[in-house]
Design a protein around this ligand. Structure first.
Ligand SMILES: Cc1ncc(COP(=O)(O)O)c(C=O)c1O
Length: 412
């Protein structure tokens, strides 16, 4: 049926479409489905009591300020707190290099708004984060892809992509969404060197870097940018825009994240954000600041790491036990996801259809590949479900894959 609106939508809406992830997330709302589909943090470790107490303190001590409009850049004490927090990971910047956004998803959208003209190419990993594609499709982006392997984006294959003149490079160096893979230190250096040589800036999206539960922390790409070290005045003016978020270290429901960028970029992003939402919710910012104080954030991140490590271990052990030998999967050292590769002749979308009948869900990998491919891959989340549920869900999924491969096996 045609409504009066149908012919009025802007051209940019043509490539919007609802994402496969969002559609699938609807299924996870059914209580009897074991869902490895969403990128959801473990709800059982949300610091509900701390939030409750912080809300009360904020309303009591700063009620009027918390309920008032705020500055677009974000609540200064929160930006200062983020600066102190990231300094622990070597990223030493002042609040003038930091913009608070309503989730990193908004940061991706604002980046699209200030940088992408219709037809601009963006260099992305393949597979890459679906939410970034969703944000940038609306601005008319095209993609030039670089394949991933178990050490992250294959920087040896980058030069060809760079020769096509991309506007910027989008990289997820830590426990990538969707693969769970980490970009090796050698490749981080190579990435910086190539980006410099071709004069192409980098967007580093790092929601999971603090959730490492194994192996050594690797320096962020922004930190490897030589302009970071050269410039001793604590003000960054280099080639990288860095994104991170409170979604995976506190709670996604508060929609709070931050961008670290050169001041001139922050100024442009601020103008773009004013048109979007004026500023991120003042109340949420003050509450997050209050909750995170006195070392609570560090303490809480440790709890999350321990919880996710246990869940990852249970999932890997269950996959060893229940998955057919023809299936391969990554062993992430942190984050929320792992990535399965089925035999070439098997489509993950077909597997999902049967899996849903058996009340278990994951996300098929093809939508994460902007230029096609990946039909036999699957993103599997291990952070959301409790260990015993993970065990049960992976057993069901293993049985489905066994059956579809053609050797029905009941593993007992
Ligand atoms: C790579 C990546 N970037 C950005 C986001 C969006 O995060 P936020 O909740 O801060 O909007 C996510 C969420 O899963 C993500 O995986």
């Amino acid at each position: 049926m045609h409504t009066p609106w149908a012919h009025r939508y802007a051209h940019r809406t043509q490539r919007m479409g609802s994402s496969a992830i969002r559609e699938l997330l609807k299924l996870t709302e059914k209580p009897d489905i074991i869902s490895f589909a969403g990128g959801l943090p473990a709800p059982d470790v949300f610091p509900v009591v701390e939030f409750q107490e912080a809300c009360q303190r904020v309303l009591q001590d700063y009620g009027a300020q918390a309920l008032q409009y705020g500055t677009t850049e974000g609540y200064l004490p929160l930006r200062e707190q983020i600066a102190r927090h990231t300094a622990r990971y070597g990223i030493q910047v002042g609040p003038e290099n930091i913009l608070i956004t309503s989730g990193s998803q908004q940061a991706l959208d604002l980046i699209g708004k200030i940088l992408i003209n219709r037809g601009d190419r963006i260099l992305v990993e393949s597979p890459t984060y679906l939410g970034a594609l969703q944000a940038w499709n609306a601005y008319g982006a095209e993609y030039v892809t670089v394949p991933m392997d178990k050490s992250g984006m294959n920087t040896d294959a980058m030069e060809e992509a760079l020769r096509s003149g991309p506007k910027f490079i989008y990289v997820l160096p830590n426990f990538q969404n969707p693969t769970g893979v980490t970009l090796s230190l050698k490749r981080r250096h190579k990435l910086i060197e190539l980006a410099d040589r071709y004069g192409v800036p980098i967007i580093e999206d790092d929601p999971y870097g603090q959730l490492r539960f194994e192996g050594e922390h690797l320096p962020s790409v922004v930190l490897l940018d030589h302009r970071f070290r050269e410039n001793g005045n604590g003000c960054y003016s280099g080639n990288v825009i860095y994104l991170s978020t409170f979604s995976k270290i506190l709670a996604p429901g508060i929609r709070l994240a931050w961008v670290i960028a050169p001041q001139e970029v922050i100024a442009k992003l601020v103008q773009a954000k004013q048109g979007a939402d004026l500023h991120t919710a003042t109340f949420n910012q003050i509450v997050a600041h209050e909750v995170s104080r006195h070392g609570f954030l560090d303490q809480h991140i440790k709890v999350i790491r321990d919880t996710y490590k246990e869940r990852r271990d249970v999932m890997l052990a269950a996959m060893d036990r229940f998955f057919p030998a023809e299936v391969d999967w990554t062993h992430p050292e942190g984050g929320l996801f792992l990535w399965g590769t089925l035999p070439k002749h098997l489509s993950a979308a077909e597997v999902l259809k049967v899996a849903i009948e058996r009340k278990v869900a994951f996300v098929p990998g093809d939508p994460f590949h902007p230029n096609g491919g990946g039909h036999n891959t699957m993103r599997i989340n291990f952070s959301f479900s409790r260990p015993e549920v993970i065990m049960e869900g992976i057993q069901r999924l293993g049985e489905v894959i066994h059956e579809l491969i053609g050797n029905p096996v009941k593993v007992g």
